[in-house]
Design a protein around this ligand. Structure first.
Ligand code: SF4
Length: 404
């Protein structure tokens, strides 16, 4: 019997934006419209060149992210997707997502042609429903443009629509965040991503961080906990720390990142985990275009990671999801005991940060998600200590330690 093809996700990075937002540290450039054609050609060539390496894979998700993919224009986006359809084995029910900003996604004709080209999921960067707030964070769109973009997407028959929002914005109160999220829910998206603002080094916000009047940790935590309760009441299932979906609408592509499935990225700054190698292309538009022409796009990192060495990553990512950490899967996948985690998980349970949903499967509670970094740190410490103890016992020739 023929072996089933391995699933693969493709990520296509579009590094163009009309203007940079004040908080953004994604790799995207403003004022580079003149390079859009050259970049499209480079992407198409790179996708075609890489396709033979994915001959044994079935591409079941494709994600165009950015930057602002819709700023590239429907024609170029359709051209890139055409190469994927022609050169890769694309699953019939593949999820094909397009990120968009409301100001570049309100043209019903363009959206219809993108839908026709094969995109079936659209993710709109709404961020806030308040024009003053949108302006303060450097967004180009207005709240009414978001409403228009949702309407246009629905008219174009996008039946899977996601909205991205940010809480913890400068000067934002809990009441304002409630209004933002309520306005988003009123637009009836199938999916919502709600991220707390992080002020990243190198952004305009970072240089102004002392005067930004950012909500404190307690207020940010209240915003998050209210979000989880409110969205649950509205019928959205939380499937990851920051992601919520109506049943059946969790992002299949993003789930690949959190469950260590394979994905291949294209474009400057894009990451991949493909063929046992984790690699990323340098954040350099010209370097990428030239690199593809010379059949060697610039890598900024590349590491082959044996499957058994992925245990810490697996623990870390599993705990981000609502499914959580399944200790039996951990034991069979990494061939090591999981009981070293139990004392720490038990203390998390007592503190109200974790629950054992079914024997051996633990997940964090919303309060646990708020301190997930510390919890993950505690579990990784327990794993490191267990490895050290076993290595010492093996060096002593004492193999009983595996039987405890
Ligand atoms: S639109 Fe998105 S990618 Fe572009 S600058 Fe703003 S946050 Fe960054």
């Amino acid at each position: 019997m023929k072996a089933a093809a391995k699933p693969l996700g493709l990520y296509v990075h579009i590094p163009f934006c009309k203007r940079k937002c004040a908080y953004c540290d994604f790799y995207s450039l403003a004022g580079q419209e003149g390079r859009m054609d050259a970049y499209t050609a480079a992407l198409c060539a790179h996708l075609a060149e890489t396709a033979p390496f994915a001959a044994g894979h079935l591409v079941d998700t494709v994600y165009f992210g950015g930057g602002t993919p819709t700023y590239l224009g429907a024609k170029r986006l359709a051209e890139i997707l055409k190469v994927i359809k022609k050169r890769y084995h694309l699953a019939k029910d593949a999820e094909i997502t397009l990120e968009a900003n409301p100001d570049s996604a309100a043209d019903p004709k363009a959206l219809r042609s993108l839908r026709k080209a094969g995109f079936d999921r659209i993710s709109l960067g709404m961020q806030s429903a308040c024009d003053t707030q949108l302006q303060a964070i450097g967004r180009l769109h207005t709240a009414s443009q978001t409403v228009a973009a949702v309407e246009a997407a629905r008219k174009a028959k996008f039946q899977n629509l996601s909205l991205d929002l940010i809480y913890g914005l400068p000067g934002q109160t809990l009441e304002q965040w409630r209004l933002d999220l309520s306005a988003a829910v009123a637009l009836e998206p199938e999916h919502l991503s709600c991220y707390g603002l992080k002020v990243e080094e190198g952004t305009p916000f970072y240089s102004r961080r002392e005067t930004l009047d950012l909500p404190g940790d307690d207020l940010q935590a209240d915003m998050y906990l209210w979000t989880v309760d409110f969205l649950q009441e509205q019928g959205y299932v939380q499937y990851e720390i920051s992601n919520f979906a109506k049943p059946g609408f969790a992002s299949r592509h993003n789930l690949k990142y959190w469950t260590l499935q394979e994905y291949a990225g294209f474009g400057p700054g894009a990451h991949s985990d493909f063929g046992g190698v984790r690699y990323a292309y340098a954040r350099d538009l010209e370097g990428y275009i030239q690199g593809v022409a010379g059949h060697m796009p610039m890598l900024s990192e590349s590491e082959r990671i044996p499957p058994l060495d992925r245990d810490t990553e697996w623990v870390m990512l599993s705990l981000r999801t609502a499914q959580g950490l399944d200790l039996r899967t951990f034991e069979s996948r990494f061939r090591r005991r999981a009981r070293c985690f139990l004392p720490f998980l038990e203390s998390c349970r007592q503190a109200g940060y974790a629950v054992e949903e079914e024997p051996g499967r633990w997940h964090l509670t919303p309060r646990g998600f708020l301190v997930s970094n510390q919890i993950i740190g505690g579990l990784l410490d327990a794993l490191a200590e267990d490895k050290r103890r076993r290595a010492e016992a093996t060096a002593r020739g004492d193999f009983r330690v595996d039987l405890d």
